[in-house]
Design a protein. Structure first.
Length: 229
């Protein structure tokens, strides 16, 4: 009854031929039906828009890297220095430039500012290319099944959990709630943090999110102590 009333309401004002009127009526009904029931794709698209984008890994210059440093229209100042143990490079006219720990873009801006502030060049345009990457590795020792040095790939992140997995996991006597990570800073000093890896592996609700998200850097030293029985 309701369907008939709706057809009549739509058809009467139109006063078209029966065949054409039926086509128009069906089109109106389809429009009403699709408007009332949105498709699942719309909901999925909205949810997908809320998902956080993954951050790209930005390489930082390390000790042992060989660089190509070029200055636009200043060929005599171009060079290929290697970052020394102090994290510095020596360039023509300017010496002891500490760039270890900087991104390539940061190092370019730093060198430009150094030439400009020293009044050697008015408007230098520096381009840096990493010609050779220094061997990059992290070390894990203590109570893991495969203690060793493990290589890092320059453009791929390795988390603390990844490293523990590569090392075969904890031994039966490991104190996985107090894993120490020692990092060598650009100035040569060290900084140590303690992470509760065992709680993350066991899926405990009280585990801290930062314990599972730590991304290791070249030269990091991980130590898993023995559990006191």
């Amino acid at each position: 009854m309701e369907c008939r009333s709706l057809i009549t309401l739509v058809a009467e004002p139109m006063k078209l031929r029966p065949g054409l009127s039926l086509v128009c009526i069906l089109g109106v009904l389809c429009f009403l039906g699709f408007s009332a029931y949105p498709t699942p794709l719309r909901a999925e698209s909205a949810q997908a828009g809320k998902a956080p984008a993954k951050q790209a890994i930005v390489y930082k210059i390390r000790t042992g890297d060989k660089l190509s440093v070029r200055i636009f229209q200043e060929d005599e100042l171009s060079s290929q220095p290697r970052v020394d143990s102090k994290g510095t490079i020596n360039l023509p006219l300017i010496q002891e430039n500490r760039i270890s720990g900087m991104t390539v873009n940061e190092a370019e801006r730093f060198i430009e500012a150094t030439y400009r502030e020293g009044r050697f060049l008015r408007n230098p345009q520096v381009t840096i290319i990493v010609e050779e990457f220094a061997p990059q590795q992290v070390t894990i020792g203590g109570q893991v099944k495969l203690p060793a040095r493990y290589p890092l790939v320059a453009d791929q992140a390795m988390s603390l959990l990844d490293l523990v997995g590569k090392a075969g996991g904890f031994t039966d006597t490991a104190r996985g709630t107090a894993v120490r990570v020692t990092r060598i800073l650009p100035d040569g000093s060290t900084f140590t943090q303690i992470f509760d890896v065992e709680s993350i592996l066991r899926g405990r609700k009280d585990a801290r999110a930062e314990d599972s998200s730590l991304v290791l850097e070249p030269g990091d030293i991980v130590f898993v102590p023995e559990r006191i029985i």
